[in-house]
Write a new protein. Sequence first.
Length: 244
Amino acid sequence: MTEAKHLLATLKRLLKSRGYTYRKIASALYLSEPTVKRLFSNGNISLERLTQLAALADMTIHELVNEVGNDEPRIVHLSLQQEKELSADNILLLVAVCTLNQWSMSEIVKAYQISEPACLQHLLRLDKLRLIDLLPGNRIRLNISRDFDWLPEGPIRQLFRQQALGDFVDDGFHAANDSFVFLNGMLTHAAALQFQAKLRRLKQDFADLHQESLALPLTQRHGTGLLFAMRVWEPQVFKTLRRL
C-alpha cells in the first residue's frame, strides 16, 4: 500500500468511527458522493484535500501521520502485573472497559460518577500500562490487536468469575435482544475441535459487528455480554451415581 493510500485508509477508519458516511463527508466538503469515493479508492489526493479530511476527524496532518505509524495495534494480552493493577481498582477497570469499547473521555464522565480530573488520571494510568495512547485534546487511541483477550487464568477472568458471572447469568433473559442457550451432548474429540472452530468464527463475527456499530452515536449502542463456555462435563449429582 502506498503512503497516500495508507493515510486515506486510516482516515476512512477514523471518520467511520466518528459517524461519517461518504454522503456526510461529501456534504461537509461540498463534493459529490462519487468524488469522495474516488478520493478514497485511487489515492490521488492533494495536500489541501487531505488536510480538510483530517480536520473532519479532528486531527492535524502531523497527528494523522502519527496515527498511521501506530495503525496496527500490537497488544494481544496484558502482562500478569498489568492485569493485577487493573483488577485492584474498580474505577480504573471501568475506565479501561469503556476505552476498549471506544468511549471518549467526555462520554465516560457523562455516564459515570467520575470527575474529569479523576478520569484523566485513570487514562494516564492506562497510557502508562500501554493499553492506550492519550493524545492531545484527551483523545484516546487503543494499542490493542483485534483479537485482544484477557489472560486465560489471569486476574481479570478470576474477577469475572468471582464477582460478575453470577450477576450475568442470574437473569430471565426475556428481553428482545436476550438469548440463553444451554446444550448438552456427547461429542468425539474431532467433533469438539470442529465446534470450537465455529465458536472462534462467531467470536470474530461479534467483533466485526462491534466495529461496525462504532459508526453510530453512543446513545444507539448498548453494552452487550456474550459468554462462550465449552468443556467436558458431567453434573456433580450425576457423578455421585456412577458405578465405581
